[in-house]
Write a protein that binds this ligand. Structure first.
Ligand code: GLU
Length: 305
C-alpha cells in the first residue's frame, strides 16, 4: 500500500500547478501550492505516511464534520434537522441565496457555511468559548492528539474578514433559526476553521468514522453508531462542495474537503485517509488531493458502489 500511495502522490504532484491556493484571507495565501502529502490510518491501527505529510494546515471546512457530530450528540437528529436540511446544494459553500428563497429559511445541509454555523449554535455551551471548547475536545479525541491548537493568525484573519459568514449568521438569527448570540456562535465557528493539524490527525479522525464510531487505537466508542451513519451519509452527498457527485463516481467514499487543501476520506470498515495539497480546483477542493484519492480508489478498490 505504501508504494501505491507513493506513486499516486508522484503522479498527482504534476497537477498542483493547475490549482490555486485559497486567497480569501492573506494567511491562507501563504500555503505552499506544490505541497502534497497523505496519511492512511486503517482500522487495525496501521499507519502509512507519504509525501509532504508534515505540512501543517488549518482544518477549515473539515471541521464541519466534527461540528455536526457534536451538534447531533448534544441535541439528537430531530432537533438538528429541524434547523438544517439534509440535501446537497448546488450553490457555493458560502451562498446566501437559498436561505431567503426557502419558506423555512433552513440551510440546505450541515456542510455549507450556513448549515455549519447553525450546527455550531446548537452545540452546548453558554458562550463561544464553551462551544468551541466542546468541539475542540472532540477534535482532540478523534485525532488522539491533545496538542492540536488554533492558529491565531488564521483565526484573526477569518474573524476580521468573515463578513459573508457574519451576514449569513445574522440572517439566520433574524429568521429564528439561530437562537444564540450571533457573535459567540461566529467566534466558535472561526476558531473551529482555524485549528491547525497535519494529515495524520485527519486520517485518525476518519479512521474512527470508518470504524463505526470506535477509536481503532483504544476500542473506545467516541461517536454513537446512529450518528456515525448520518455523518457518513452527509459526507457522501455533500462533502465536496459542488463536485460531490463527480467525487462519488470517481472515488466513491464519504469525504469532506476544506479550503486549507485537506480532504478527509472515510473508507467504511477499512481505513481513514487524509490528503493535503493547498492548490485548489475551481470548486475549492484540493486539485492534486482529489487525484490522489481517485488513483487510490482505483488501485485499492475503495468505492462503496
Ligand atoms: N473558513 C472558511 C469559511 O467559513 C471555510 C471554508 C471552507 O473550507 O470551505 O469561509
Amino acid at each position: 500500500m505504501q508504494s501505491i500511495l507513493k506513486t499516486a502522490i508522484e503522479n498527482s504532484k504534476k497537477i498542483t500547478k493547475n490549482g490555486k491556493v485559497a486567497t480569501y484571507i492573506p494567511e491562507l495565501a501563504k500555503g505552499d501550492r506544490d505541497a502534497l502529502g497523505a496519511c492512511i490510518f486503517d482500522i487495525s491501527g496501521n499507519i502509512i505516511l507519504e509525501g509532504d505529510y508534515q505540512t501543517k494546515f488549518t482544518i477549515q471546512s473539515v471541521s464541519k464534520v466534527v461540528i455536526l457530530i457534536c451538534a447531533l450528540i448534544d441535541n439528537g437528529k430531530d432537533v438538528v434537522f429541524s434547523k438544517v436540511g439534509k440535501e446537497p446544494s448546488a450553490d457555493p459553500f458560502n451562498s446566501l441565496v437559498k436561505l431567503e428563497m426557502k419558506e423555512t429559511h433552513k440551510p440546505s445541509n450541515p456542510f455549507i457555511n450556513a448549515g455549519a454555523i447553525v450546527c455550531t449554535s446548537l452545540v452546548e455551551g453558554d458562550n463561544g468559548i464553551e462551544k468551541f471548547s466542546k468541539i475542540h475536545n472532540m477534535m482532540k479525541k478523534l485525532a488522539n492528539n491533545n496538542d492540536i491548537e488554533v492558529n491565531y493568525s488564521v483565526y484573526n484573519s477569518e474573524k476580521l474578514t468573515g463578513n459573508t459568514n457574519r451576514a449569513i449568521a445574522y440572517y439566520l438569527k433574524g429568521a429564528g433559526i439561530i437562537e444564540k448570540d450571533v457573535e459567540d456562535v461566529l467566534d466558535a465557528y472561526f476558531k473551529c476553521c482555524s485549528v491547525e493539524v497535519v494529515v495524520e490527525d485527519i486520517a485518525r479522525m476518519a479512521s474512527v468514522i470508518a470504524n463505526n464510531g470506535v477509536a481503532p487505537w483504544s476500542n473506545d466508542r467516541i461517536i454513537p453508531e446512529y450518528i456515525n451513519k448520518i455523518v457518513k451519509a452527509i459526507m457522501m452527498t455533500c462533502g465536496l462542495y459542488d463536485r460531490s457527485g463527480e467525487f462519488c463516481i470517481e472515488v466513491g467514499v464519504p469525504a469532506k474537503s476544506g479550503v486549507g487543501g485537506c480532504i478527509m476520506a472515510v473508507v467504511p470498515n477499512r481505513m481513514g485517509i487524509a490528503v493535503v495539497g493547498p492548490a485548489l480546483d475551481k470548486y475549492g477542493n484540493s486539485i492534486a488531493g482529489t487525484k490522489v484519492l481517485e488513483e487510490l480508489s482505483k488501485e485499492l478498490n475503495l468505492s462503496i458502489f
